[in-house]
Write a protein that binds this ligand. Structure first.
Ligand code: ADP
Length: 370
């Protein structure tokens, strides 16, 4: 085979018919032939390309890399895989830079090496890849923002209540101090209340840190009826308004297995919500009915909490457990969402009775300890 092959009609017909840009380059890096596809891509005539160093089609800053690739290709015949795509930047006659994919095929003739380079313009593909990458980054940023917003909302929800209570205890202590004969007993009660709330806020922060550290929340067997009584005492201390509570706790209730602090939080949230709903109606006095009984077949204890508030409309019921759903001016809407996930994490369930009211009725179930 000799160089006349390049001049043969059949070779030239095929070479010119291929739509992609083709260059035949000798082992010195000199362009021997270019097809119309190459002339279109680089903006040169056939005469302006043939006989020129192929480096003229490579931007100045990429020429070292190009030379290296060329040397590597010439020195390592086993790496000369035809069709192997190589992404490079090409330089057109107008000075534009194009992302291209190049496939190199070696040709051996009369002891000399030649390279057939097929060059494919990948501007559109690169643009699409950039778009996809950009969109993926946007999605990731949105996702992170969403998680951050949820975390901040959860922290705010946990700390809002104790901070408000500390502020009001401190305010009443300060007012008492201004009197000529301050009532020391009442002042002590206010400061004790403030201290309790500060402990509660601290405990909440510790739990959130534990949660973020993925530490398992320890479950224990405990008496749910005792926990209900404790939570009711806390609620009585926290609300100034007189509270009427009808308590129906089944005798000999089996112990439940869950994280006691989590259950405390869920019950507290349900009771607070009930009281706040009642207080929306002027002159109304909160009256709560709390029951607990065993569902033996299901192996669960069921607690129901009913208030005498306006109840919950059908539309609100659908969104009640969604994060950030709130109808309160200073609400955050995380209470029920967090309560449900805490309950479910312990194998229980939390739902609202499908009725519009008056009075909302929530059901909570937790598994027997054994
Ligand atoms: P938030 O603390 O913002 O109120 P929650 O998740 O605790 O968040 O409650 C979400 C919404 O559910 C409340 O804003 C309220 O509209 C409604 N809701 C919850 N409990 C009751 C209830 N006992 N009676 C009436 N509406 C309630």
């Amino acid at each position: 085979m000799d160089e006349i092959l390049f001049e043969s009609k059949g070779f030239r017909w095929l070479f010119d018919a291929i739509v992609d840009a083709l260059l035949l380059v000798d082992d010195e890096g000199c362009i021997l032939l270019s097809n119309p596809g190459a002339q279109r891509l680089f903006g040169y005539s056939e005469a302006a390309l043939n006989g020129q160093p192929v480096e003229m089609l490579v931007p100045l800053r990429s020429r070292d890399r190009h030379r290296e690739l060329h040397r590597g290709f010439a020195l390592q015949p086993h790496r000369r895989t035809a069709g192997e795509g190589l992404e490079l930047t090409a330089l057109t006659r107008d000075g534009d830079e194009l992302p291209v994919e190049i496939s190199l095929s070696p040709l051996e003739m009369q002891g000399r090496s030649y390279t057939l380079a097929a060059i494919h313009d990948i501007t559109v593909r690169k643009g699409l890849e950039r778009d996809i990458l950009g969109r993926r980054k946007e999605m990731e940023a949105l996702h992170k923002h969403h998680i951050a917003a949820q975390t901040v909302a959860a922290i705010a929800h946990e700390l809002n209540q104790p901070l408000l209570a500390i502020a009001s205890y401190s305010k009443s202590a300060l007012l008492m101090l201004e009197k000529d004969n301050p009532d020391l007993d009442r002042m002590r009660q206010a400061m004790e209340g403030s201290e309790r709330q500060a402990q509660r806020a601290g405990q909440s922060i510790r739990e959130m840190l534990d949660f973020l550290n993925m530490n398992d929340s320890p479950s224990e067997a405990f008496d749910l009826d005792q926990e209900i009584r404790d939570v009711l005492n806390v609620v009585r201390m926290e609300h100034d308004t007189p509270l009427e509570v009808a308590l129906h706790l089944e005798a000999g209730l089996p112990k439940v297995k869950a994280n006691r602090m989590h259950v405390h939080k869920v019950l507290l949230n349900l009771l607070h919500n009930g009281i706040e709903a009642v207080l929306e109606t002027p002159h109304a006095r909160p009256a709560l009915t709390v029951t607990a009984h065993a569902l033996k077949k299901k192996g669960m204890v069921e607690v129901t909490i009913e208030d005498n508030g306006p109840g919950i409309g059908v539309e609100t019921q659908k969104r009640l457990f969604d994060p950030f759903f709130t109808t309160k001016t200073s609400g955050i809407g995380m209470g029920l969402a967090v309560s449900r996930s805490l309950t479910e994490a312990h194998g229980g369930q939390l739902w609202v009775a499908p009725r519009e009211g008056p009075g909302a009725l929530f059901h909570l179930t937790l598994p027997f300890a054994s």
